[in-house]
Design a protein around this ligand. Structure first.
Ligand code: ATR
Length: 279
């Protein structure tokens, strides 16, 4: 029987996940379909009950349900529990298990481009949900020096305190991060600053970035943020948010099917949809 997968969120109509996963089901000859499902916050409990009733094989979870969903699941993976957010649910013999592949997707994406990740000195810009998933997953991957800068320093302090794995972290403000940017091998921009339509905005100038650094911006709309462009002009290697998006999807697909899919094909699909080159 055909297996059913989906993504729940609100709004959901612009999600690229259905295209990406349906293409993979076809490629690997798996009899399954993946659908976008708009679920309002007030309907979340009913939606999960519905998934159970119809025996859905799994689903992704996006804004605004990533945290709220936890209380409706039967099992939570320890990393997802620490992050406090779930983006992937697997129906494991009738029990719904929650995972977080966002941060691990980021680490996987960077790992394909940067060698010796564990030895790198990293700076994360931002301390929201995305930064939290990335920081915790980087900690789990064995990266031991990760500084954070956030407009609200208290939020960064909480993030560091709640991480189950101890990491050497300095909390710096935007002006210090800008001044000392050359210290970092890895710079990860996780805020919404620079996202369309505010494409000229950036958290601070990247002019002091080291030319040997790897700079990642998790935004993919636009494909090149103003922060990323400046870092590239200074000689740094850069990566936009497509890799993280694709890798979180690849890890979800692997949880559902046991197959880690071809991420290059996935990137091409996303690139076509966004209308520009991936990096
Ligand atoms: P997400 O889940 O996408 O990370 P979030 O949890 O709302 O979203 O977090 C947004 C992040 O972007 C936060 O780090 C936020 O900084 P604060 O914690 O100080 O709010 C940051 N952010 C968003 N807009 C910003 C702005 N205009 N200037 C500085 N930081 C901003």
């Amino acid at each position: 029987m055909k297996k059913l997968y989906g993504v729940i969120g609100d709004p959901i109509k612009h999600s690229m996940s259905p295209e990406m996963h349906n293409q993979l089901f076809q490629l690997y000859r798996i009899d399954a379909a993946y659908v976008p499902l708009e679920v309002k916050e007030t309907n979340l409990a009913d939606a999960i009950r519905g998934f159970r009733a119809i025996g859905a094989a799994g689903f992704n979870v996006t804004i605004p349900h990533k945290t709220e969903i936890i209380k409706f699941l039967d099992r939570i993976d320890p990393l997802a529990e620490a992050i406090g957010a779930v983006n992937t649910v697997v129906n494991e013999n009738g029990k719904l298990a929650g995972y977080n592949t966002d941060g691990l997707g980021f680490v996987k994406g960077v790992g394909t481009q940067v060698s010796d990740l564990k030895k790198k000195r990293a700076l994360i810009i931002g301390a929201g949900g995305a930064a939290r998933a990335i920081y915790f997953s980087m900690a789990e991957a064995g990266i031991t020096q990760i500084d954070i800068c956030n407009r609200t320093s208290g939020r960064a302090e909480i993030l560091v305190k709640e991480c189950p794995i101890s990491v050497e972290t300095n909390i710096v403000d935007f002006s210090e991060a800008e001044k000392e940017l050359q210290r970092y091998d890895l710079v990860i921009q996780t805020t919404s600053i620079g996202m369309s339509p505010n494409i000229d905005h950036k958290p601070f100038s990247a002019r002091n970035v080291s030319e040997t650094a790897f700079v990642s911006d998790i935004i993919y709309n636009p494909l090149e943020t103003s922060f990323l462009r400046e870092a590239k002009e200074k000689g740094a290697s850069v990566q936009n948010g497509i890799n993280m998006f694709v890798c979180q999807g690849a890890l979800a697909f692997e949880k559902w099917t046991g197959i880690f899919p071809d991420t290059e094909i996935m990137k091409e699909t996303v690139q076509k949809r966004l209308g520009g080159p991936t990096c």
